[in-house]
Design a binder for this molecule. Structure first.
Ligand code: P6P
Length: 347
């Protein structure tokens, strides 16, 4: 029987009805995120057709060359969100400081933290890229602009989190709580609607035997990290092996595959980046919430990502994300809790 067609707006309204007394403001925030996603999707999918490729010649706060689409995505989200009265401030990977709401607009109870276009170095070679977003409730008194205290909240306090992946199709995947499920919507560009395509996503566990890491950095990892990947490779006689390696180098794409197929994505610390590369507030924490809501886990190698208290807007963290059994295994290896086989221990 054909499944009924559910738009993201209908889904958001249905979810809101589960919370009597809801103001509707949170729903309106989610609508506007979906709007921004449609605008960015249109531009990303036309990138090869109009002169949007190439670099603006500007450098972002992390010293990375800014692709034109990065700028467009940043502006699209800002313009969709700055005037609607949902937010007291915003945080973006592209901006060093908190983004204030213009004085002429009403302040709202929420904070939006986002990476407007992650993986943008892949734009020019047509590899999937993505937007990641996180929503918090402000914790300072209403009526005044949001402050850094409203932004530096741990991931377990997120009200919503999700991502948009601009790939062979554009999908918006989000959750409004670790007990609220994860739902995926695929954009039908012919009608400009996100349609419910993946209801209540659960990360497979037992997982597909897939590990995802940039193995070029092997020599820079700790011995325990090397042993973990050797286990996946079946190299150290510990009953591992049989895994596939998949690494796109675009976080949203690597995570989206992990969410749907299972496995583990890793961005470990290494000798050049002892604190990891990926950002807590607008990369690791939102994806950790989606992963946990789908039955998976997210760790920095020893702690749950959602328990980390960020100290700075652009703090980084190591990230181990995916099927709970594999994240648990990673933590066991990294803590040295996996005994070596007899023969290897003697060598
Ligand atoms: P590396 C892209 O630049 C990004 O921020 C993430 O999307 C991706 O997971 C990671 O960096 C890739 O980093 O060091 O493997 O090139």
């Amino acid at each position: 029987m054909r499944s009924k067609v559910v738009t993201i707006d209908r889904h958001i309204i249905d979810q809101e009805r589960l919370h009597p007394g809801a103001s509707g403001r949170f729903s309106a925030l989610l609508y506007d995120i979906a709007l921004a996603a449609k605008l960015i999707s249109r531009e990303v999918n036309m990138a090869g057709l109009i002169d949007v490729l190439g670099r603006t010649g500007e450098i972002n706060v992390h010293g990375e060359a800014v692709e034109k689409l990065d700028v467009f995505a940043q502006e699209a989200i800002y313009k969709a969100m700055d005037h609607a009265g949902h937010l007291c401030c915003m945080v973006s990977e592209e901006c060093d400081h908190i983004i204030s709401i213009p004085d002429q607009f009403e302040l709202g109870p929420y904070v939006l933290l986002f990476d407007p276009l992650d993986g943008s170095s892949n734009i020019n070679v047509n590899v999937s890229i993505g937007t990641i977003f996180s929503v918090h409730q402000r914790i300072t008194p209403r009526g005044r602009p949001g402050t850094i205290k409203d932004c530096l909240q741990k991931g377990s306090r997120q009200l919503a989190a999700g991502y948009i992946v601009y790939g062979s199709s554009t999908m918006l995947v989000y959750t409004t709580g670790i007990d609220q499920g994860v739902h995926g919507f695929t954009l039908d560009p012919s009608i400009g609607e996100f349609l419910l395509s993946h209801r209540d996503i659960r990360i497979p566990d037992p997982p597909a035997k897939i590990y995802s890491v940039n193995e070029a950095y092997y020599a820079r990892w700790s011995k325990n990290q090397q042993r973990l990947v050797d286990h996946f490779r079946g190299l150290n006689g510990e009953g591992g092996g049989g895994y596939k390696s998949r690494y796109i180098g675009s976080l949203v794409s690597d995570f989206h595959r992990t969410l749907l197929q299972g496995g583990i994505f890793m961005y470990p610390p290494d000798s050049r980046a002892p604190g990891g590369k990926l950002r807590i507030l607008y990369e690791a924490a939102p994806l950790a919430m989606v992963c946990k809501a789908a039955g998976g886990r997210a760790s920095d190698g020893s702690r749950d990502i959602l328990d980390i208290e960020p100290e700075g807007l652009h703090d980084r963290t190591p990230l181990f994300l995916g099927s709970a059994s594999l994240v648990d295994l990673a933590e066991d290896y990294l803590a040295g809790r996996v005994e070596r086989p007899e023969e290897e221990a003697d060598s």
